[in-house]
Design a protein around this ligand. Structure first.
Ligand code: THU
Length: 118
């Protein structure tokens, strides 16, 4: 559903994300592109920033959906943001028909940079 709201004017690649909080609340996001390209923000970060701005602080898992045969895993920037605020989340990948993969964020972001290093 969130994917349908994607603003993917430039790539045509629509992505939806659903982030589940520790309390079981689902916060969704879609990718929002920009004419400068570089200011584009992915569905996963939109979902996380929406959730944080609504006061959620603990998360369980995130689902990412795109209309692709191959899995669409979170980009590097999203992995870093998800790690910072969600820790070792379960990351569920799916296309419009089926699940295409399930991973722990830690395995997608080995040797992460985090606040403990500051
Ligand atoms: N994109 C996402 O929203 N999430 C991903 O996991 C991969 C990429 C978006 C960014 C851009 O709007 C489009 O997909 C093509 O890269």
């Amino acid at each position: 559903m969130a994917r349908r709201r994607a603003h993917a004017t430039y790539s045509g690649f629509k992505v939806g994300a659903a982030l589940e909080t520790a309390a079981g609340i689902i916060v969704t996001g879609c990718n929002i592109e920009n004419a400068t390209y570089g200011l584009t923000i992915c569905a996963e970060r939109v979902a996380m920033f929406k959730a944080l701005s609504e006061g959620h602080r603990r998360f369980r898992r995130v689902a990412v959906v795109a209309d692709t045969v191959e899995p669409t895993p979170p980009c590097g920037a999203c992995r870093q943001i998800l790690w910072e605020f969600g820790g070792d989340l379960e990351v569920i990948l799916a296309n419009l028909r089926r699940e295409t993969g399930r991973h722990q964020l830690k395995s997608l972001l080995p040797l992460p940079f985090g606040r403990h290093l500051l």
